[in-house]
Design a protein around this ligand. Sequence first.
Ligand code: HEM
Length: 414
Amino acid sequence: DTIVNDYGNVRVTEDSEDRIALDAAFKADAIRQFERLRKKGPVHPVTLSSGLPGWLVVSYAAAREALTHPALGNHPAPAIATLEAAGYVTHHDDVNGGHMLASDPPNHTRLRRLVAGAFTTKRVQELRQRIEEIANSLIDSWPSSGQVDLVSEFTAPLPVTVIAELIGVPEHHRNEFRKLTGDALAVGTPQSEPAFMQLRALLTGLIDEKSKNPEDDLTSALIAARDDDDSRLSDQELLSMLQLLLIAGHETTVNLMGNAIMALMCHPDQLEILRNEPVLIASAAEEFLRYDSPLELSTLRFAAEDLKIGGTLIEKGSIVVVALASANRDVPVPGSGVPGTLDVTRKASRHLAFGHGIHHCLGAPLARLEFGVAMEILLRRLQHLELAVPYDEIDWISKGIMRGALKIPVRYRK
Ligand code: HEM
């Protein structure tokens, strides 16, 4: 089953000369490809892997327009006939699609309010000390100098452990949870689907357990959440929400840290600035989000009526994808700088890396906290850090909506 609106499962391939292939080759060279496209225009025709036509939005202005257009929704209803004709299974009301990122108002408003009420600033801030402990213990486990893959030894285990903590996965299930999450997120591999099923079973067990014995964790808070009119999340919505938090909150954070570390290793002057002034690290998160956006593309949008984006006619039922990583290289930056350069001291507050409009990332405060704490520890504890392979030889994620390296081999000295 291909679930169209599943976060992380958008594939766009080429089928004709004038349609653009967002295939592995494109993704490996995405920043340059986006630049080339922006020179030609704000919106371009693409073909989804199913053979369905869609539109790719690459300019900053058109991206904002698309992300706030009232007739461009996240629920696939307007495109269902086309999608099903092309062989997609659009059981969007099941556990994969019943979450807020795949819904429109008023349902989105209700889901978001219930979840936001439980996902409080206090709950996020309480994780600070645990993030410090996790980051330190990962680095403790390395020899005093040598070579490591930063993805498997640092950027990947950190966020998944934090989410496990946040949602209250008990200690004896943590390793299984980490393994299943890793496998499930490797969309397209044979282990992905079975891992998803097992993960769902684990999360269902967690919901059962927390319903009987509530504790101070997000799952218990979500179970207890009530709206003004006393409406609550159904069991299916709860499961769907936990699954969304995992998918939305894991690989994005992995790639924010990974892309930032690579950017720093390619810009030693910027690394030096952060080493000399670690207080800048937290605010530099915005510049890294902008410069090398972890979510290269938005999730899918569906046109409920004929409309225009960037002056281009988009017909009712069409699919639209926003290239966030492209818009962020087109965003006006403060001062005299240009968006193509990395400047860790600039206030890059207008980027779209967390989206824009009603679906703006709910986990942004957590992502910022994790980044600030983990990067500060990494840079403080590693006296020396350099890429162990040339940047050009880095293997990038080859499909889906994420942008990040599969492995980041580095030489380091503590
Ligand atoms: C939505 C990016 C971390 C939870 C989004 C969207 C983006 C995004 C771009 C909107 C997608 C769209 O409109 O198609 C990121 C990045 C992250 C990150 C770059 C890390 C650097 C997290 C974390 C969590 C999270 C840590 C939670 C644990 C969510 C949720 C939504 C969302 C629940 C859906 C909000 C809605 O539909 O109203 N994120 N995210 N994200 N994100 Fe994040």
